[in-house]
Each structure stands twice: as structure tokens, then as C-alpha cells.
Design a protein around this ligand. Structure first.
Ligand code: MN
Length: 256
């Protein structure tokens, strides 16, 4: 089982090379914005209404659970502010940046292209990472926490040596992000393996061509109300609400 899954990933990797990037298409695809082939189950689990094709605008996807569903790991007020205010701001910022870039194309005046390109990268990466983040969590004991399902555990072991080694590296990476950013588990199509990365802000330190599978927001807005300066405690508590099923489905969709 483990071997056939690995072979499948290797066979498909060439199709995926160069089709996406951490700050762009890959996150779009992993958040369900593309029609890339995947099983119906994986597509349903990873799909988010983060884009309104009719309006041609990005939209804020609803949380897949109540604000207080992740307590005590993450408190309700933090979830409400984080989703309704912070994430919504990135959606607005991305729409605004793309509108300004369209105006530049119409006018031929690209004097501010550097500024709005940076805004598109920042707000867009913020939107896409948050859209993945919400689905990466579930209430403790009700889809959240515990151990990864066996096929995902095998894949993590293949990439990191053991599930525990992965967890240790991910926690260390998340804890040590300089300033605001993310810890990220990503699938890398070139090798068919997974990597742990950091992101500063949303868009820096990324690696082109990988697909985020599990992301942990370590901006202070994600934890400061409850944990204050204790980011490490927040990172530890995250494992109680991690939605392994969602991660497994994202890996399946990214590697097939
Ligand atoms: Mn955030």
C-alpha cells in the first residue's frame, strides 16, 4: 500500500512540475480553486468558496465550524476576529490589488506596478493560506487531534523518518518564525515528497512549485489574546485540533 502510493506520486510528479507556486497557483489549487483531477471525496474536502467566478472576485470562505469549536486550544474571540476581520482584510486587499493592476493595463501607466504586485502577493498569499488553515483544524475529539491515518503516517515517515520527527520539525519551524508568519507542511511534486517550510508574513521564504497541505498561522493575531507571548504553548495546543483527515485528502489531491 505504502509502496504503490509512493509510486503513484512519482508517476504523476512530472505532470505537476511547474504548475503552481507557494504564493499562487498551488495554493489556489489546494484550496479547491482549480479543476485539477482529484477524487470526488478529496475535492469536496479541500474545496472552499474562496472565489466567486460569477462576480470575478475573491470572497471570504465561511468557517467550517462555530467560532468556539476549537476551544480551549483557540478561543472564540480570537477565531472571530481572525476570520471575520483579518482574513476578510486579505480578501479585500487581493481584490483591490488586482483591480489596480487592471487599471494599469488599461491606462498603460505601470508606475505603481511594483507596489501593487507586492500587495497582490501579500494579500493573495494571506487569503489562500488562511483558506487552507481553517480546514486544517477540527474540534478536539471530533475530527481534531490524535494520530494521522495510516497512509498519511506512512507518507510522513517516508519524508521525515517518523511522524514524531515531522511533528518536532514542524513545531520548531512554527515556533521560530521571525516575526509574523507560518509553519507549513507542503507537498513537493518534483520529488513526490513533503517538506516543512516557514513563511514570513505570508509570501516570503516560500518555495515555488509546492502545495501547502498543513499550515499554522503564527502571527500574533492568531494567538495573542489567549497565549500572549507564549507562542510555543499555542503551537503545542495546535496538535490537539489538527484535522489529519483534511491533510490526508490534500496530499491525495496534490499527488494524484
Ligand atoms: Mn492570520
Amino acid at each position: 500500500m505504502k509502496e504503490s502510493a509512493a509510486v503513484n506520486r512519482v508517476n504523476r510528479r512530472d505532470l505537476l512540475v511547474g504548475t503552481g507556486a507557494l504564493t499562487g497557483g498551488a495554493i489556489l489549487a489546494s484550496a479547491g480553486f482549480s479543476n485539477a483531477a482529484s477524487t470526488a471525496g478529496a475535492r469536496a474536502a479541500t474545496q472552499l468558496p474562496g472565489y466567486d467566478a460569477g462576480a470575478g472576485e475573491y470572497v471570504l470562505p465561511p468557517l467550517p465550524y462555530a467560532y468556539d469549536a476549537l476551544e480551549p486550544s483557540i478561543d472564540a474571540q480570537t477565531m472571530q476576529l481572525h476570520h471575520d476581520i483579518h482574513h476578510a482584510g486579505y480578501v479585500r486587499g487581493l481584490n483591490a490589488a488586482l483591480a489596480r493592476l487592471a487599471e494599469m493595463r488599461a491606462s498603460g501607466d505601470f508606475g505603481l506596478v511594483k507596489h501593487w504586485s507586492r500587495q497582490a502577493a501579500f494579500a493573495g498569499s494571506g487569503h489562500f493560506l488562511h483558506a487552507v488553515f481553517w480546514t486544517n483544524m477540527a474540534p478536539a475529539g471530533d475530527g481534531g487531534g490524535g494520530e494521522p491515518p495510516s497512509e498519511l503516517a506512512d507518507a510522513l515517515t517516508e519524508s521525515f523518518g517518523s511522524v514524531e520527527a515531522f511533528r518536532n520539525q514542524f513545531s520548531a519551524a512554527a515556533r521560530s518564525v521571525e516575526g509574523s508568519g507560518w509553519g507549513i507542511l507542503a507537498y513537493e511534486p518534483v520529488s513526490g515528497r513533503m517538506q516543512v517550510l516557514q513563511a514570513e508574513k505570508h509570501q516570503n521564504l516560500g518555495q515555488w512549485g509546492v502545495v501547502p497541505l498543513l499550515v499554522l498561522d503564527v502571527w500574533e493575531h492568531a494567538y495573542y489574546l489567549n497565549y500572549q507571548n507564549r507562542r510555543g504553548d499555542y503551537v503545542d495546543a495546535f496538535w490537539n485540533i489538527v484535522n489529519w483527515k483534511n491533510v490526508a485528502e490534500r496530499l491525495s489531491a496534490a499527488s494524484s
